[in-house]
Design a binder for this molecule. Structure first.
Ligand code: AMP
Ligand code: GLY
Length: 428
């Protein structure tokens, strides 16, 4: 019996647990902290937070975990995989020296520059060089200007400034007023790019890299990309923008070169590398890297995975990914996230989630839920997501909306236009 401990407690971790659960191999699943939905398929440990490295290592030892799957960015950048390995436990995920590809934009931009991986032109500044930063913006005189915090900032550390005044405010907020704490000790100012955005997740054991089907996330809270940035309100896969031609270009110019660059730097990337790419008129360019599965991209892409995730996990850990064939279904997938009223700002929790039993033709993943007796109640901003598969993108989207329409909780909302731009693109 293989014992696997999954670290994290969102929809992504629910999707990872569900994919592992499908394995024909005998295995027992544990999850820390987990959530209400995950507790139906894995034993959860709500008191062990995802960032608690020592707590997670102790837990892994206590339950006798054979494998630990570290899913979120925080524990990866803090070095949880290294800590597990030091304790003699096999762990899936990027080591600290590789997770920096997400943890520091200063690092990732320099890496791309050094290895000629296409990305937006940029310059880097810190609190000593505020004047130079403002001069740079003035000299460039190109708006919008993109200003990014160096470190992790819960997806909020990117400011698209429409004019000099906005850019100046952003630079000062970050470097002078410390709006993003240590994440904003350095900033990147970069060229604004346009084009469809795609996410390509890829498994890598440091040497071999196997991309998964592409996806497109929807980051804004409201329809028509209005409202605030969120963790992601829904996604579709595969994304119609990502034609065979783009796929080849990205593989040759971005995906393989990045894995090779990380190895050359002595930072072999093992785990899932997330490429956020913009398909511009001047070719595919990296927007950013993440050192992990995305959320809700995991809930969208993993249901299409035909190969046993357990086999992939062990092959990555043991650096023999070239020995297995990874296959995806030819279907389309659509995932719609249902969130608490007010998310991503203030919201209330503790409401009963109704109608789950009526969902018949889709998968429900819990993000922020808890159990209260027999019921599932809301416990976070993003509460759950519903993923439906279909022979066409239209069918997958339609089904996802039919099924999510059966679920309700006080204040709950979801975007009504997940995948719509992509559908229009196909029709045009
Ligand atoms: P990030 O946190 O880096 O994923 O950025 C958040 C969003 O900002 C991305 O999804 C893009 O839509 C946008 N963005 C980031 N960098 C650029 C850029 N250089 N040009 C245009 N849009 C950008
Ligand atoms: N959905 C975007 C992310 O996981 O970073």
């Amino acid at each position: 019996m293989n014992k696997i401990l999954v670290i994290g407690g969102g929809g992504r971790e629910h999707a990872i647990c569900a994919a592992l659960k499908k394995s024909p191999k005998p295995l027992t699943l544990y999850c820390a902290p987990g959530n209400g939905g995950i507790s139906q398929i894995a034993e959860c440990f709500p008191s062990v937070k995802a960032t608690d490295i020592d707590g997670a290592v102790d837990l892994a030892k206590r339950i006798g975990a054979d494998y630990v799957f570290v899913a979120p960015d925080d524990p990866l950048t803090l070095g949880m995989v290294d800590a597990m390995e030091a304790a003699g436990i096999k762990a899936f995920g990027a080591r600290k020296n590789a997770a920096v590809i997400e943890g520091s934009k200063s690092f990732s931009k320099a890496l791309m520059k050094k290895y000629n991986i296409p990305t937006a032109e940029y310059a880097e500044f810190d609190s000593e060089s505020i004047e130079s930063a403002l001069n740079y913006i003035k000299t460039q005189n190109k708006y919008p200007a993109v200003i990014k915090c160096d470190g992790l900032a819960l997806g909020k550390g990117v400011i698209i400034a429409k004019d000099f005044a906005q850019a100046e405010t952003a630079v000062k907020d970050i470097l002078l007023n410390g709006k993003f704490g240590v994440s904003g000790k350095k900033i990147i100012i970069e060229e604004y790019m346009t084009g469809p955005e795609v996410t390509v997740l890829a498994f890598s054991d440091g040497q071999t890299v196997v991309p998964m089907v592409s996806a497109t996330d929807h980051k804004r809270a409201l329809d028509d990309d209005k409202g605030l940035n969120t963790g992601g309100m829904g996604a579709i896969a595969p994304t119609p923008y990502y034609t065979k031609q783009w796929e080849n270009e990205c593989l040759e110019k971005i995906i393989r070169p990045t894995i090779n660059a990380m190895r050359a730097e002595g930072r072999a990337f093992k785990g899932v590398l997330y490429f956020q790419i913009m398909l511009t008129d001047n070719g595919a360019r990296v927007i950013e890297y993440n050192c992990r599965f995305g959320d809700p991209e995991a809930q969208t892409v993993l249901p299409l995975l035909k190969t046993d995730l357990f086999d992939i996990m062990t092959a990555v850990i043991e650096e023999r990914l070239d020995g297995i064939k990874i296959e995806f279904s030819k279907e389309y997938s659509a995932c719609v996230v249902m969130a608490s009223g007010g998310y991503p700002e203030n919201y209330n929790t503790g409401f009963e989630i109704k109608g789950l039993e009526k969902v018949s033709d889709a998968i429900i993943y819990s993000s922020g839920t808890k159990t209260r007796g027999e019921e599932l109640i809301t416990a976070g901003g993003r509460v759950l997501s519903v993923t439906a598969l279909g022979e066409t993108l239209d069918k997958a989207i339609e089904k996802a909306y039919t099924e999510i329409g059966k679920i309700s909780f006080e204040g709950g909302f979801y975007r009504k236009d997940i995948g719509k731009k992509a559908q229009n693109y196909v029709r045009a």
